[in-house]
Design a protein around this ligand. Structure first.
Ligand code: PEP
Ligand code: MG
Length: 558
């Protein structure tokens, strides 16, 4: 009898079940020897000691990579085009050699630069592959649907991915906030990240990916494949049959909203049946500019989004929660005059950063106010990275000068969660940003992949802080939302509702599963699940207990 391969275990970062053969991401590219680049063209030059020729070969390879990225951008269009063109510009940057050599320095240089490291790694690999004359790494094309397996995924890897052929993702690295997780959720396919041993899988090996439990079954039996296919089918059928506003089985409304990063994301949010927007990130207007955008430019962008979500009926209908600029020393905006900081995540960021440049905030609020006045959307505004009641009072006083429905705050700092009652005495609502709240609760940088397990929002300590904010919301009669990645985990969404959360905002691709599971659980059931997760010793135990006590999770492959 052939031995049964042991299942692999990672973190489920996008729910659902996939069955299919593995396709490995275009192979790793070896490091060139320290002496210099080798390979077609360059090898001969180095052997001959001709440094100038070697440099020329390297430049030719870089130019070819840039041209290829630009061509792929033109073919992809939309956001992918912007991403790929930005990467091509990086390749054409004359300082590239130095920047690649300094990757490890970059990794420690703050959130914005650290996020670019995966991009630079990818550019290095493409360039070296050309120099070595080996296949350029990239998405495989086996000619049939596949489960993509990679060490990690960068935007350039996936921009031209054909979603019709991708059944799911497995990555060795990354966690709940990785590019893999974000992409998988936007495509609505299952993904397991942080999965040790994944890249040792054989190309073509059959697997079952369970994005709920994080388990990858290798070489499954026929019976296991049949069972998995039934779960895929059950989820598809159940998702198709349900739309409309979110509510628990006993009719308690739970707002199901979308996270968007600009007007370009509106279409997907509406198509997924979002009731509105729970987090409108506005950084897209401010990044990579020497001066802040004018009030008029901002008004136009905000109005486009508000108009898309306004609804008929009396008064203001169709909620859009706008977050004011969340910049910091790690996203260097010249006009904020921020100094270099040794630890930018703990520095002048979020509300702190704009308090140093109050005219930037005043202009933004004015633009939001004008756009709100011009549409029938119910516009709420909130500040990021609020530390306590005094900051909440300061921000809300500014925001209330504008014709907005409500002025509120994000809860992303443990101090604000612990003081939620005092914060909510000043603010009209709170929205919990679980991505940053995890980072600050566990003192674990959200972009360091070795620390990804700290980003697991099932951690009882994090849920304890959510519970505290939920209670404060209940006692003060004010809405409490969650807009971090946690809100898009259907099982955890039940727990959050049980902890007192009244709305959930997530990537549009997650809305259907959350709506579905919510409709199968009453409030008492949600509270029971919350108790189990909160009382567990660790994230894994809490998740397992909640799974066992919930209804239909396994059957639907969630
Ligand atoms: C969060 O921190 O959870 C959040 C929603 O904000 P961002 O991810 O933009 O920091
Ligand atoms: Mg945040």
């Amino acid at each position: 009898m052939t031995p049964v391969a042991a299942p692999l275990k990672g973190v489920g970062v996008s729910p659902g079940v996939a069955v299919g053969p593995v396709a490995l991401m275009g192979g790793g590219v070896p490091e060139p020897p320290a002496a210099g680049p080798v390979g077609a063209g360059a090898a001969a030059a180095v052997e001959a000691g001709d440094a100038a020729a070697a440099l020329e070969a390297a430049r030719a390879a870089l130019a070819a990579v840039a041209a290829e990225l630009e061509a792929r951008g033109r073919a992809a269009g939309g956001d992918a085009r912007d991403v790929l063109e930005a990467q091509a510009m990086m390749v054409r940057d004359p300082d590239l050699d130095e920047r690649v050599a300094g990757l490890t320095v970059l990794a420690g240089a703050g959130e914005y630069m650290a996020a670019r490291v995966a991009d630079l790694d990818d550019l290095r690999a493409r360039t070296v592959a050309r120099l070595l004359g080996v296949p350029v790494p990239g998405v495989p094309d086996p000619g049939h649907p596949f489960v993509l397996v990679a060490r990690d995924l960068a935007p350039a890897d996936t921009a031209t991915l054909d979603p019709a052929n991708v059944l799911g993702f497995i990555t060795e690295e990354g966690g709940p906030t990785s590019h893999t997780a974000i992409l998988a959720k936007s495509l609505g396919v299952p993904a397991v990240a942080g999965c040790a041993g994944a890249t040792d899988l054989a190309d073509g090996a059959p697997v079952i990916v369970d994005g709920g439990t994080g388990v990858v079954r290798v070489d499954p039996t026929e019976a296991e494949v049949d069972a998995a296919r039934r779960r895929v089918q059950a989820r598809r059928a159940a998702r198709g049959g349900r739309s409309g506003p979110g509510a628990t089985a006993d009719g308690q409304p739970v707002g199901l909203l979308a996270n968007i990063g600009g007007p370009a994301d509106v279409k997907a949010a509406l198509a997924a049946g979002a009731e509105g927007v729970g987090l409108f990130r506005t950084e897209f207007l401010f990044l990579d500019r020497a001066d802040p955008p004018s009030v008029e430019e901002q008004r136009e962008a905000y109005e486009a989004v508000f108009a898309a979500f306004q609804r008929g009926g009396a008064g203001k209908v169709g909620k859009v929660v706008v977050r004011t600029l969340d910049a910091g020393a790690d996203k260097p905006l010249a006009f904020l005059n921020l100094r270099d900081e040794p630890n930018p995540a703990l520095g002048q960021r979020g509300l702190r950063a704009v308090r140093r440049a109050p005219e930037v905030l005043a202009d933004q609020l004015e633009a939001i106010g004008r756009a709100a006045a011009a549409t029938r959307a119910d516009v709420w505004v909130m500040a990021p990275m609020v530390a306590g009641a005094a900051e909440a009072a300061w921000f809300c006083a500014q925001a209330r000068r504008q014709p907005v429905g409500r002025a509120g705050v994000m809860i992303e700092i443990p101090a604000a969660a612990l003081q939620a009652r005092a914060v909510l005495a000043e603010a009209d609502f709170a929205s919990i940003g679980t991505n940053d709240l995890s980072q600050y609760t566990f003192a674990a940088d959200r972009l360091v992949s070795e620390l990804a397990s700290f980003q697991d929002p099932w951690q009882p300590a994090l849920l304890g802080l959510v519970a505290r904010v939920g209670e404060a919301g209940h006692d003060t009669g004010k809405p409490v939302g969650v807009c971090g990645e946690a809100a898009g985990d259907p099982l955890l969404a039940l727990v959050l509702v049980g902890l007192g959360v009244t709305s959930l905002s997530m990537a549009p691709g997650s809305l259907a599963d959350v709506r579905l599971l919510l409709a199968r659980h009453g409030m008492d059931h949600c509270r029971r699940l919350a108790g189990l997760a909160l009382g567990a010793a660790d994230a894994e135990t809490g998740r397992a207990r909640a799974r066992e006590a919930a209804t239909g999770v396994d059957e639907l492959g969630l």
